[in-house]
Design a protein around this ligand. Structure first.
Ligand code: XMP
Length: 511
């Protein structure tokens, strides 16, 4: 167990993992637990502090989520955020009502900076509000330490008990000094020492995996992406050759990528590594198919088939490792929004391969945390900082039908593009960049010859969450140089376009 930890109790708010991440950013280990977690379990974990998350419910509803009220007698500091603040008030004898105006968005809040929670925070600061209910009367013993125009009780404290509550969300970046407030809670109130680093997370996870897996067999579908690689390496450090990684090369990877993955996993780590060269099977199934979702479906299904065939050869395995990370859990978990594109990296693996349980060691981490864990584990930079690459690969970057010839053209063009972006030092500034082979051919002239060849589109976006994105402003001279190189070096390409649309209205990938 970690030496020092803070617990986030989840009351159904959308930012629950984000709170945990902010706490970890302050070098304090943190885990999210459901609000109904047993008091005994909490006592055993002996957290230095507890944070109640927000949530969509109202504490006055009969079935509103609650925690064991015994939590208030443990002598552990508590910070309630939004619903968490209302619950604390309600449970301890204060009054929560529906606010006359629902507050949503950036709001100026006036703080009592004598409170430990607001130590060295500006007196007037912008905070992110999102609530319908609010605290009308604080519970006995509580003092008001912040207010906004429409929320007279924006934060409360009971300094003797170390209970704090805020109506706003310190965890989101829109709260300008939110991280400072969380830092204050952890260090000024909970007296954390801040001894946590990613290294201790990876060590601890490896130990947990060892205990769980014992002498059993584990299987991993390795895509070569950062998530599945980090998950696989963690398991390999725990149980070595009890892990078999199956890497299905569907022939839709970027240039040299299959070999690079093989090199790392067969030489550097102690696992059974199986590369299945299934290119032709995928090409046959995809021949003549032009509809993007159809391509995804075919690739997803064929992937499962190939994987299953290989898995059968190994015999019964007990566990399947997946590199699911936290944003995947939210994206696939909400399930309410319209399906724009079906992603096949979550839950898309064989339901019918014979295994007991799925192991997801990265389920609580955000992408940058996974990268940090990857570096800790000694995975090469190239793999750790690899940009996201969709499961269906180049199939959704070739508009229209897919042929081996088109794949080869795109691989070359994309390779040059990536090489030049790296040379220009732009790779860490751009979220994702790649070339697309449009299905368009147009007239050009090379030497004295007429050409009738493909148009390649270049895409580069900056984004924080891949849900929205802006096109990256690559300097003209660099774009010009890339264009020259592609047209000169890649046969059958005579025109280059740069995509200047954001998401929305476009998506990042073209299909
Ligand atoms: P879009 O194109 O939806 O992409 O704006 C958002 C992010 O998701 C990736 N993406 C996929 N990943 N399977 C995946 O594993 C898919 O079918 C897929 N489609 C898009 C895309 O590369 C970007 O990072």
């Amino acid at each position: 167990m970690e030496k020092e930890m803070v617990i986030v109790l989840d009351f159904g708010g959308q930012y629950n993992q984000l709170i945990a991440r902010r706490v970890r950013e302050c070098n304090v280990y943190c885990e999210v637990l459901p609000c109904y977690t047993d008091l005994d379990r909490i006592k055993k974990l002996a957290p230095k502090g507890i944070i109640f998350t927000g949530g969509p419910a109202s504490v006055n509803e009969p079935d509103a989520p609650a925690c064991d009220p015994g939590i208030f007698s443990l002598g552990i500091p508590i910070l309630g955020i939004c619903y968490g603040c209302q619950l604390m008030t309600h449970s301890l004898g204060g009054k929560v009502t529906k606010a006359p105006v629902r507050e949503y968005g950036k709001t100026e809040v006036h703080l009592d900076t004598a409170s430990k929670l607001f130590h060295e925070v500006s007196e007037d600061t912008i905070c992110w509000m999102s609530h319908t209910d609010y605290v009308e009367t604080p519970a006995p013993g509580f003092k008001i330490i912040a207010s906004s125009e429409s929320c007279p009780i924006a934060a409360i404290e009971d300094e003797t008990k170390n209970f704090y509550g805020v109506q706003f969300h310190p965890e989101v970046l829109h709260t300008a000094e939110g991280t400072k407030m969380l830092h204050n809670f952890l260090y000024e109130v909970c007296k954390c020492s801040g001894d946590w680093e990613m290294a201790s997370f990876t060590e601890r996870m490896i130990q947990r995996l060892k205990d769980k897996i014992g002498d059993k067999k584990v299987l991993c579908a390795l895509s070569g992406g950062v998530d599945s690689s980090v998950a696989a390496v963690m398991v390999s450090k725990a149980v070595g050759k009890q892990l078999t990684c199956i890497f299905v090369d569907h022939g839709l990877l970027r240039k040299n990528e299959g070999d690079e993955v093989e090199e790392v996993f067969s030489k550097q780590f102690d696992v059974n590594f199986i590369r299945v060269n299934a290119q032709q099977r995928f090409y046959d199934k995809l021949a003549g198919v032009t509809e993007p979702e159809q391509k995804r479906k075919i690739i997803g299904e064929e992937f499962i088939r190939v994987f299953e065939e290989e898995a059968k050869k190994i015999g019964t395995v007990d566990y399947l490792v997946q590199g699911t990370i936290y944003p995947d859990v939210i994206e696939s978990g909400l399930g309410k929004s319209a399906v724009i594109k079906s992603h096949h990296n979550v839950g898309g693996l064989p339901d019918y391969v014979d295994f007991k349980e799925i192991i997801e060691p990265l389920r609580d981490l955000f992408k940058d945390e996974v990268r940090r864990a990857g570096l800790e584990l000694g995975i090469p930079d190239k793999l750790v900082f690899r940009q996201p690459f969709p499961g269906p690969g180049l199939a959704i970057r070739i508009i229209g039908d897919i042929t081996p010839e088109k794949i080869a053209i795109l691989q070359e063009a994309d390779y040059i593009y990536r090489e030049e972006i790296e040379k220009a030092g732009l790779n860490k500034k751009i979220g994702q960049y790649f070339a697309v082979l449009t299905n368009l051919r147009s007239v050009g002239v090379m030497g004295d010859e007429r050409t009738y060849d493909y148009t390649v589109a270049l895409r580069a976006v900056t984004t924080t969450d891949f849900m929205t994105a802006e096109f990256a402003e690559i300097p003209w001279d660099i774009l010009g140089h890339i264009s020259n190189r592609i047209v000169n070096e890649v046969k059958h390409v005579n025109r280059i376009c740069y995509d200047v649309t954001g998401k929305p209205p476009a998506t990042i990938e073209w299909e």
